[in-house]
Each structure stands twice: as C-alpha cells, then as structure tokens.
Write a protein that binds this ligand. Structure first.
Ligand code: GDP
Length: 358
C-alpha cells in the first residue's frame, strides 16, 4: 500500500469504475461509409469524412483505392473557384511561419484555406523535413483552415499524385485557397508546379549566397519571389537581395500568359508584405483568366497527369508481374557481375512481360 501522503495513494472507499459498455464502444469504432456518404459529407464540409477520404487516397489497399477513385471522380464534378498556390523554399527559410500569417490573412478576408504538403525527404530518408515539428499551430486548429501533412510513400510521383487528388477533395469541400507546400530540395518543386496555378518561391535576404542552392529551374518556375525575413537588421540587405533577384528573373524568357514575375519583400513573422503578395496573386488570377491562360494551364496539367498515371500504372504492372518477378533477381545479379549489359537485361525482362500469356 502506498504512503497516504503520496499523490499516488488510493483513497479508501473509491469504487472501481465499471467496465465500458460494449455497445457504446461499438458506436465509437470507425464506421465504414459508402462512397455517397463520403461525397455528401465532403460537400457538406464534414472535416472528419474529408480526412478519412484522404486516408483512403493515401492507402495502398485495393478496396480503399477503388473507393477513393470514385470519391475523387465525384468531387471533380463539383464546381469551384479555387486557386492552387505552390510555396517552396529551403528548410528554415520560414515557410511554415509565412503560411501561418498568409493563411490567417486569407481567413480574415472570409476565405477557407487548405494546406497540403509534399515532403521529398520522407522518401529519401524515411524521415521528414517538413513534418518533424509542430507547424502552423494557429492555422491547424482554425475552423476555416485544414492542414494535412505529406502522405508517406515510396516514390515522389506516387506522393504527388495523392496530393493532387487531395486537392480535388478540398475543392469540393469548399476550400477557396489550396496551398501546396514543399521543401526546395530536389524534384518535388516540379511535381508541385504541375498541380498549382501560382508558384511562390521564398528566399532569404542574403542573396550573396547565389540563390542559396536553389536550382535555376526552380527560379524559372517562380511566378513571384518573396524575400522573406525582411525585418529588423536584415532590411537593407533584403532590399539589395530584392534587386538582385529581380535581375535574375529578367534573365528568363517571359512566362506563358504574359505574366511578369517580380521579387517582393516580406516577413512571415511580422506579416509585412503578405497583403501585397495576395494582391499580386489576385492580379495574376484575373489577368490569366481574362486571356485564357488559366484554363489552358489547368488543361495542360490534366494532360500531364494522364501521362503520369499511365507511366505509374505500367510500372506497377511490370514490377508486380509474376514472370518478371521470377527472373528479376537472377538478371539483376547477371548485370551486377557484368555478364550481360543493362540494355540486354532490360530487353529480356520487357520481353518476358510483353510475351507472357496467362
Ligand atoms: P521552414 O522550415 O521553412 O518552415 O521555416 P520556419 O517557418 O519553421 O522558420 C524557421 C526559423 O526562422 C524559425 O526560427 C522562425 O522563427 C524564423 N522565421 C520565420 N519567419 C521569419 C521572419 O519573417 N523573420 C524572421 N526574422 N525570422 C523568421
């Protein structure tokens, strides 16, 4: 028996609580919903059903995928007037702080904001650059916002496809602004660029570091460069950086649709310049919608994703094919030992796949 003075002592006469009512327990167990229930729930703004439907998209189980496909198809039919914004930048540039400020500003304007993430690090290292800390604390609990971390997956293509489908669900759920965040290292910017209307690149005021390891191609994709952390003592350096980034942008040919990318100052921490960035995005939307580029860009993206889906599907079929699997290990070993060339090996496996009769 514990010492009575201890906080852990049991008071005399305290009754044991009864066991939990099994019927009640059943009620709390996750209910299976029909596709119609999911779609209705999503359209009605039910966040639990929205989250559960996204989990179906992210699942690799066949029955989940079949349901997810139908939910996505139904959501695609819903009219919406959303804008999809990609935000990228190196770790530590201030993405989550920026999105927190930006999201709050949009909510003040009466808009609903969804934040999705693509984290390439989770495929490479099975760790995560974006997800390790608690991010966007206010936004993630705000009733007008929906924050979803990056799905896990073994290929960037697969993760990106899931995120793209999640966009459609968020749009059907009435979110006006969909932010896709990614970390500026690797291929994920290209994936994000292929699913957003507007691409925002966050950079730091120390422009001397030659675009901070950000690849030229990423700068070329940017519709706007935001020199973030333009506050306090960094202000004069930030102004210089803005001019340098502006010059860097001039080196690229004009963007499709006639949009001229600019560099702007901002601070996610003090919310300085955030309003101007939203104004710029508004200008972009209205001029691109007026000249038809908006619709054309989305149509091209759909075409791109059709090809991506075909490639993904063919790859899956090939790598899961029983006859291919039978031979794979031996052929791989032969290539490693230099007994056959990689081209010959590929041909043998492809022929096995193409000529196999069930
Ligand atoms: P992320 O890794 O790109 O998401 O960056 P975070 O938003 O987590 O910010 C990284 C660090 O920079 C944190 O210590 C932030 O407090 C700080 N930070 C973020 N935004 C600003 C800003 O606008 N100004 C200043 N001075 N610091 C900032």
């Amino acid at each position: 028996m514990k010492d009575k003075k201890s906080a852990l002592h049991i008071s005399e006469g305290t009754e044991n609580p009864g066991t939990f009512d099994p019927k009640l327990l059943q009620k709390f167990k996750r209910k299976k919903h029909s596709v119609e229930e999911y779609v209705e729930g999503i359209m009605g703004g039910d966040r639990i059903l929205l989250s559960q439907a996204i989990t179906l998209i992210e699942s690799s189980k066949e029955e989940h995928q079949a349901a997810a496909e139908q939910i996505v198809a139904a959501c695609l039919e819903q009219p919406h007037n959303s804008i999809r914004i990609g935000i990228t930048g190196s770790p530590g540039v201030g993405k989550s702080t920026f999105i927190e400020s930006f999201g709050k500003l949009l909510i003040e304007k009466g808009l609903k904001v969804a934040v999705l993430a693509i984290d390439p690090s989770s495929q490479l290292t099975h760790g995560s650059i974006l997800g390790d800390k608690t991010r966007m604390q206010d936004l993630s609990v705000h009733p007008s916002a929906f924050v979803r971390p990056s799905p896990a997956g073994d290929s960037l293509g697969g993760v990106a496809r899931k995120t793209r489908e999640t966009i459609f669900l968020c749009e059907a759920a009435g979110f006006d602004v969909i932010i896709i965040e990614t970390v500026g290292v690797g291929q994920s910017e290209t994936a994000v660029h292929s699913m957003v209307d507007f691409f925002l690149l966050l950079l730091l005021p120390n422009a001397g570091d030659e675009l901070q390891g950000i690849k030229r191609g990423v700068v070329e994709m940017a519709d706007l460069i935001a020199v973030n952390k333009s506050d306090g003592a960094a202000m004069s350096q930030a102004k210089l950086a803005k001019a340098q980034y502006q010059n860097a942008l001039h080196l690229f040919p004009p963007k499709a649709g006639g949009w001229i990318a600019t560099a702007e100052l901002c601070s996610g921490l003090s919310a300085m310049g955030i309003d101007l960035i939203w104004e710029k995005i508004g200008e972009f939307k209205s001029s691109m919608q007026a000249n038809g580029h908006w619709q054309q860009h989305r149509a091209e993206q759909s075409k791109y994703w059709m090809h991506e889906s075909i490639m993904q599907h063919l790859k899956d079929l090939f790598y899961h094919h029983p006859a291919v699997l039978d031979k794979m290990q031996a052929i791989e070993q032969a290539v490693e030992e230099g007994k056959i060339s990689s081209f010959k090996a590929a041909k043998i496996l492809l022929d096995t796949f193409l000529n196999y009769e069930l």
